[in-house]
Design a protein around this ligand. Structure first.
Ligand code: CO8
Length: 255
């Protein structure tokens, strides 16, 4: 895959996608959104890839938001289109991918950057990470899912505080409120994300795909029904045969 604003690498069953616009603190312009969408589409269809890590180049920034310079002279129509396109082509795509995506938040995750991290299934952060939704300082609100995903992750009260105040929070505070799972030193962040990805890739990809689908429905009324249906469907799939046989034969499963 050849891109201008991102790099994708594969190491065994794990792919890493790195956003590389350091001159703009990895801000998301339309081209970067397009490339990320393409990369996730391809990695989603790549049978060799079982888990994906998303990070930003350098130690200063994961993603400092949508590219403010690019949208500065937009009117309603163009802004609505960009927002909708982002939701559909990237943020929802990541959330609904059938393989786990881990955000390795290596610095600023602001605005669209935090929204991108929140569309991933799991977030690890470096100690120097700063997270926030500063859109109201620009006279805007989050436009890539932040008003919905942040309250789901941390509750309405804390989400409102972050959105209304535009204040950045530290990685430690983000862990305290459940916005990131773990905090590591800058040098440990990627190795730890890879370690988690390795652990995940040893488990049944069929079951994980079903788990992602069910967990994504946990905020609505359909989640329980999806769980029941998927639980049943897995009984007809190869991974369940292998997983249960391995347990009974006292060996490790090969998925
Ligand atoms: N967009 C474009 N360029 C950016 C962005 C950005 N979001 N963030 C940083 N940059 C650029 C700076 O302009 C600067 O470039 P230059 O040297 O050419 O002037 C370069 O990156 C380095 O930045 P700073 O000099 O500002 O670095 P500091 O260390 O002083 O500050 C900060 C770092 C605090 C991260 C600061 O850069 C900042 O506040 N950035 C903006 C953060 C922000 O407001 N993000 C939210 C953007 S809005 C958004 O994300 C909406 C999402 C929904 C969009 C829906 C579709 C329209």
């Amino acid at each position: 895959m050849n891109f201008e604003n991102i790099i994708t690498e594969k190491d065994g069953r794990i792919a890493t996608v790195t956003i590389t616009r350091p001159q703009a603190l990895n801000a998301l312009n339309a081209a970067t959104i397009r490339e990320l969408s393409e990369a996730f589409e391809e990695l989603g269809n790549d049978a060799d890839v079982r888990a994906i890590i998303l990070t930003g180049a350098g130690e200063k920034s994961f993603v400092a938001g949508a590219d403010i310079k690019e949208f500065s002279d937009f009117g309603e129509e163009k802004a609505t289109e960009l927002s909708r396109k982002g939701h559909e082509s990237l943020f929802n795509k990541i959330e609904n991918l059938k393989k786990p995506v881990i955000a390795a938040v290596n610095g600023f995750a602001l605005g669209g950057g935090l929204e991108l991290a929140m569309s991933c299934h799991i977030r690890y952060a470096s100690q120097n990470a700063k997270l926030g939704l500063p859109e109201v300082t620009l006279g805007l609100i989050p436009g890539y899912g932040g008003t919905q995903r942040l309250p789901r992750l941390v509750g309405k009260g804390l989400a409102n505080e972050m959105i209304f105040s535009a204040k950045m929070i530290s990685a430690e505070r983000a862990k305290e409120i459940g916005l990131v799972n773990e905090v590591f030193s800058a040098e440990d962040l990627l190795p730890k994300a890879k370690e988690l990805a390795e652990t995940i890739t040893k488990n049944s990809p069929m079951a994980i795909a079903k788990a992602i689908e069910a967990v994504n429905l946990s905020d609505g009324p359909e989640g329980f029904e999806r769980e029941i249906k998927s639980f049943g469907e897995l009984f007809e799939m190869d991974d369940k045969k292998e997983g249960v046989a391995a347990f009974l034969e006292k060996r490790k499963p090969e998925f």
